[in-house]
Design a protein around this ligand. Structure first.
Ligand code: ATP
Ligand code: MG
Ligand code: MG
Ligand code: MG
Length: 471
């Protein structure tokens, strides 16, 4: 079958509605019931309390198409975006859920019917994985019609799910799709991330894990599944990557139009195009859900993604803010389903442009400084930027270390990162001391502390935010 992204979403929701599932709206990207989570990263997030038995709903089965972001915490795909044809920061996760209602048998039957009969996926390209001790699921796949040699067993790393160190957990079963040469597929390749594509993950919440590690069977086991809408689209539209589907092509084309690039130029900058297209969806939806650019938590994440896109834009030739045009295209594409977006169009576009302008000001001042610096170093025959100079750029002009690193690399320079870290630590120490004395603490110190906090919380890495240079 050949279906558009919107048709796939609709088919999915209709299919499960027909099977007695309540069609529940996507929750916001900003989780309302989980203070430990920065952004919604799976369909089950809005149902967490229902699974834990803390909340009752008027239904025991549900289906959703959930807005998700995977740029922080346990799931961080940011650096994959662009080079990976299938990982996004923002994506839609299709799901069906059972809250103590049906379990493995129905879940596997529903999945089989949907994939084979509704979506008409070729069985000779599908692989099914189960947890190594989950005999039941393996048998159920065979019972519905999966060839036994296509049902594979894997261990904890691939086929076990847990909500946390304690609490609900259980085996999962995944469906993978192979899009390479038919004769070349092998069972050993299935968990590889190249021509094998994970499309759907069915989690069976079966046990309650106690602090001492014992698994107590849950009185009412549940089902939580997630499938990537953009990945399904790539299969049904016969493209080998998500960016050539109807969910992304208009955005990619818009970038090309605005940049005035030839097809060859677009191809030469492919990864940057993809990252920009991805990020423009993310920032549109984040702002749509009420997140504003800032220096903390999810506000920082929005700022970081937006600036990353702006930076890639600069690298492919944009001299002026352009992201609002892409947000406009995103709203056009998605506003039919996410009807809250069109009324917020002006606000979203304005917010993006303001932040982009802010970034350009920072960038041009910092870039000039950096140019002078590199010219001086070149005269002295040196190729490393002093850590203290990198720190000065950041401290005084808000010029992030990752940009310094990027720009330096483009000109054949390296940055003394240890020196930068040392200067940063020194200043943190100073600001700590000064705030104890109740003195004025400069903005950059606050920012530095924040970055430290985010790093400690695992939200950003020790190196700060990476701006990869795609060649
Ligand atoms: P992968 O192994 O490909 O990184 P995952 O195992 O991390 O995926 P799950 O947590 O099982 O993903 O999420 C359920 C489904 O959501 C996946 O099977 C996939 O189809 C989709 N998905 C996960 N991460 C992304 C992403 N970053 N971008 C687009 N789709 C995704
Ligand atoms: Mg992943
Ligand atoms: Mg996986
Ligand atoms: Mg998975």
């Amino acid at each position: 079958k050949r279906l558009t992204t919107h048709e796939i979403r609709k088919l999915w929701l209709d299919y499960f509605a027909e099977l007695g599932h309540a069609v529940v709206e996507s929750s916001s990207l900003v989780p309302t019931n989980d203070p430990t989570l920065l952004l919604t990263n799976a369909g089950m997030v809005q149902f967490k309390d229902v699974f834990l038995g803390l909340e009752k709903r008027p239904y025991t089965r549900a289906t959703t198409s959930q807005k998700c972001m995977r740029v922080s915490g346990k799931h961080n795909d940011l650096e994959n975006v662009g080079p990976s044809p299938r990982h996004h920061t923002f994506f839609e996760m299709l799901g069906n859920f059972s809250f103590g209602d049906y379990f493995k048998k129905e879940a596997i039957q529903y999945a089989w019917n949907l994939l084979i009969h509704e979506l008409e996926l070729p069985l000779e390209r599908l692989w099914f994985t189960v947890y190594t001790e989950d005999d039941e699921s393996e048998q159920l796949w065979i019972d519905v019609g999966a060839p036994p040699e296509r049902v594979l067993r894997f261990g904890k790393k691939d086929n076990w799910w847990a909500m946390g160190d304690t609490g609900p957990c259980g085996p999962n079963t995944e469906i993978h799709y192979y899009w390479g040469d038919l004769e070349k597929q092998t069972a050993a390749g299935v968990n590889r991330d190249d021509e094998y594509l994970e499309i759907w993950n069915l989690v069976f919440m079966q046990y309650d894990q106690k602090a001492d590690g014992t698994l107590v069977p849950l009185p009412k086991p549940g089902v939580d599944t997630g499938a990537g809408l953009e990945r399904l689209a790539s299969i049904l539209q016969r493209t080998d990557n998500n960016y050539d589907t109807d969910a992304f092509l208009p955005i990619m084309q818009r970038i090309q139009e605005l940049a005035g690039h030839t097809d060859e130029e677009r191809q030469a900058h492919l990864f940057r195009y993809r990252a920009i297209a991805d990020h423009s969806r993310a920032i549109t939806f984040l702002i749509g859900d009420g997140v504003l650019p800032g220096n903390e938590g999810r506000n920082y994440i929005l700022r970081m993604i937006l600036r990353r896109a702006a930076r890639f834009g600069k690298l492919i030739g944009f001299e002026r803010p352009f992201l609002a045009h892409l947000a406009d295209t995103v709203i056009e594409l998605m506003g039919g389903h996410y009807t809250d977006l069109p009324p917020k169009r002006d606000f979203i576009l304005r917010t993006i442009t303001e932040e982009e302008e802010r970034f350009h000001r920072t960038l041009s001042t910092g870039l000039n400084m950096l140019d002078d610096l590199m010219a001086r170093l070149r005269e002295e025959g040196r190729s490393e930027i002093d850590g203290r100079d990198a720190f000065f750029l950041w401290d005084t002009y808000g010029f992030p270390i990752d940009l310094t690193r990027d720009v330096a690399a483009e000109h054949g320079f390296t940055v003394d990162e240890a020196g930068f870290q040392a200067a940063l630590a020194e200043q943190k120490e100073k600001s700590r001391a000064s705030s104890v004395q109740g003195k004025y603490a400069p903005d950059a110190a606050v920012y530095g502390e924040l970055l430290g906090n985010l790093q400690e919380a695992g939200i950003v890495g020790r190196e700060g935010v990476k701006h990869l240079i795609y060649e």
